[in-house]
Design a protein around this ligand. Structure first.
Ligand code: NDP
Length: 334
């Protein structure tokens, strides 16, 4: 069968998406970005992956978050994205903001992990080949490496940008002191850190407690929150236990034993509040993160177009009253 040609929705920028500047940069990012950690690997149906990516772009999601190791298997999310990009999105390259990262285990031997210059350069070249891109928009150090000098990792990011392999540099999940150092190092070399990624959601606020979010904001760097739905916990998915065909049932990073009766009680209370506000729990959870002015974008995952459609509506969600914010704290025992 000949596949119909994709043509992006002419109204993609009038479909409700809003854009915010990343820190003190010139880059506007959509409030909701699409992440490909799960659901876009070689084990997932290509047709579904394609539909989710197209739906995202048709609704103003210009920002796509990848990493070398996303799949499973490693590299296959970038291959999937590359397939879709080359089939349908290539004419829109200048409307896309594509991220990749390196920092976790990727290939065997001493040069396929952590933060060395050799690993970061080789990995980015591999990512570009998999996706069929000439450059990525932002390239992140995916994690802090205690054993590699920070200067080596950061200088690699600077040189990657200077060589045009990435337009901007970012870091992900770095601890506070190393983050301070990174912001200064990069800015002194005229490659200011564009984005910092970490987990931030109603149930996990460690970036506030550690002071990293404040530091990022003061440093003029944008913040993108990953797992803003706590991997699906902050949706209507687990209200009655663990459904088949969920991330928790599949095992992996979200463990069934994490989903305790107390947690389900919290989620149910939050869900009731969301319904009273006239929205789904996913929408409330995302708009709660987005209400923090330091947050540039939330990166959501989705295993269906319907999930993404639900999440995208968060952009239009009403603000929170003080009473609602207090209730959220109470339900989370904070
Ligand atoms: P989320 O918290 O958005 O969880 C996504 C999962 O939640 C989906 O796979 C789906 O689960 C479920 N879900 C999503 N929307 C809905 C909905 N509306 N209703 C019901 N269920 C829903 O984010 P992720 O944990 O996937 O992380 C998002 C992205 O952040 C990643 O893809 C990646 O790009 C980035 N990331 C970065 C990291 C880093 O170290 N820098 C680490 C982790 C993530 P199900 O599949 O069960 O249907």
């Amino acid at each position: 069968m000949i596949e119909p040609l994709y043509r992006a929705d002419d109204n993609r920028y009038e479909n409700g998406m809003q854009y915010t500047r990343a820190g003190r940069s010139g880059i506007l990012l959509p409030r909701v970005s699409l992440g490909m950690w799960h659901n876009f690997g070689e084990v997932d149906p290509l047709q579904r992956s394609k539909e989710i990516i197209h739906y995202a772009f048709d609704h103003g999601v210009t920002s796509f978050d990848l990493a070398n190791n996303y799949g499973p298997g490693y590299g296959t999310a970038e291959e999937t994205f590359g397939y879709v990009f080359n089939k349908s999105l290539r004419p829109y390259r200048d409307e896309l903001f594509i991220a990749s990262k390196a920092g976790y285990d990727m290939w065997p031997g001493p040069y396929g992990n952590w933060g060395s210059r050799k690993y970061l350069f080789a990995s980015l070249d591999q990512s570009l080949r998999r996706m069929g891109l000439e450059y990525v928009d932002v390239f992140y150090s995916h994690r802090y490496d205690l054993e590699t000098p920070l200067e080596e990792t950061l200088q690699a990011l600077v040189d990657i940008v200077r060589r045009g392999k990435a337009l901007y540099a970012g870091i992900s999940r770095w601890p506070l002191e190393a983050t301070r150092f990174a912001l200064q190092y990069l800015s002194e070399r005229d490659v200011p850190c564009l984005l910092f990624q970490d987990r931030y959601n109603i149930l996990d606020r460690h970036v506030i407690e550690s002071g990293v979010l404040e530091t990022i904001a003061e440093g003029g760097c944008g913040f993108v929150s990953f797992s803003p739905l706590a991997q699906g916990l902050l949706t209507n998915k687990y209200l009655n236990g663990i459904p088949e065909n969920s991330r928790a049932a599949r095992g992996g990073h979200l463990k069934a034993e994490q989903i305790t009766p107390e947690l389900i009680a919290t989620i149910r209370s939050l869900n009731t509040l969301a319904l009273e506000r006239g929205e789904t729990l996913a929408q409330m959870a995302l708009s709660w993160v987005l209400a923090d002015k330091r947050v540039t974008s939330v990166i959501v995952g989705a295993s269906s177009v319907a999930q993404l459609a639900d999440s995208l509506k968060s952009v239009e969600a009403p603000g929170f009253s003080d009473d609602e914010l207090e209730l959220i704290e109470k339900y989370c025992n904070l």
